[in-house]
Design a protein. Structure first.
Length: 295
């Protein structure tokens, strides 16, 4: 497939809202299946960094965008970097957003850049007033560049800072309160972090009751044994765990039915496996919508 040479300003589609339904990530392994077969998928999510080089990936994305709403989920803005957001990278993301008109734009509550070096990981922040003010400044800048609000996602964490003084859920909610952004609630990350640190996942979700949650992520995780401890790793490489499905139902009862994504980024299965996983999420979503309508 050849990349489009048309002027993006002339081909930009209208923004199509992300439906309250279960979508999947668009991955290179499924480009042909999605763009040729046009399976029944409510919406697709992309990592925009995979499409900034143009060529065939961008052409496949534009082909998919002509049939499906798209959510743009970034992994490289480093919202928590003390040196601020990389302006050149942000400009490239804005140009892509202008081209494909995503229904949602999101990033992570984390950092990954220091001294101009990209560390290729979503590293945790200390939950302090200083880092809260810092990330809010960066979110404000990003939202101004995109000319719209974004969602910020709770990342999975594997260590805690001794000087953190704000619970993670309160920290994420405070970003939304101060900047007007929304929250992408990753339920698998809630489970992973709470299991790793001994937090209460139910209390974490309850703290999100008044947060502007605009999307939920679900994924699989790995369990690694270190001595007598089990460390859970958010690797997006397997089916959603039963405990996470339980937390998802709990989350829906607290924040309401919102667009939900199945993330599967390693050991990527065939498309039918992904669609079956999304169908499970859709069943829970439909039940939540039914209960809300009956209330």
């Amino acid at each position: 497939m050849q990349s489009s040479n048309q002027d993006p300003a002339q081909t930009m589609p209208a923004v199509t809202e992300i439906p309250v339904a279960a979508g999947i990530g668009l991955r290179a392994q499924h480009f042909e299946d999605v763009t040729s077969g046009l399976p029944n998928i409510p919406w697709l999510e992309i990592h925009p960094e995979n499409y900034l080089g143009g060529g065939a990936p961008l052409a496949y994305l534009e082909a998919a965008r002509s049939h499906y709403p798209i959510s743009m989920h970034g992994v490289g803005l480093s919202l928590g970097s003390a040196e601020g957001v990389d302006g050149a990278h942000l400009a490239r993301l804005v140009a892509l957003a202008d081209r494909i008109a995503p229904g949602l734009i999101s990033e992570h509550v984390s950092w990954s850049v220091q001294g101009g070096v990209y560390l290729n990981d979503l590293l945790p922040l200390p939950y302090t007033e200083e880092s809260l003010a810092l990330i809010c400044r960066n979110v404000d800048r990003v939202q101004s560049a995109f000319r719209r609000t974004i969602l910020v996602e709770n990342a999975s964490t594997y260590l805690q800072f001794e000087h953190s003084c704000i619970p993670e859920a309160d920290f994420v909610r405070a970003i939304a309160e101060r900047t007007g952004c929304g929250v992408l609630l990753d339920v698998n990350n809630v489970y992973v972090s709470c299991q790793n640190h001994g937090w209460s996942a139910s209390a974490y979700l309850a703290a999100m009751a008044d947060a502007p949650v605009g999307e939920i992520h679900l994924a699989g995780h790995a369990e690694n044994r270190v001595g007598d401890r089990v460390i859970r790793i958010d690797d997006h490489g397997s089916h959603v765990a039963p405990a996470v499905w339980g937390l998802y139902r709990q989350a829906l009862s607290i924040v309401g039915a919102v667009p939900t994504l199945i993330e599967w980024d390693t050991a990527i299965p065939t498309l039918d496996v992904l669609l079956a996983e999304a169908a499970i999420a859709q069943t829970h979503l439909d039940q939540a919508i039914h209960h809300a309508d009956a209330a």
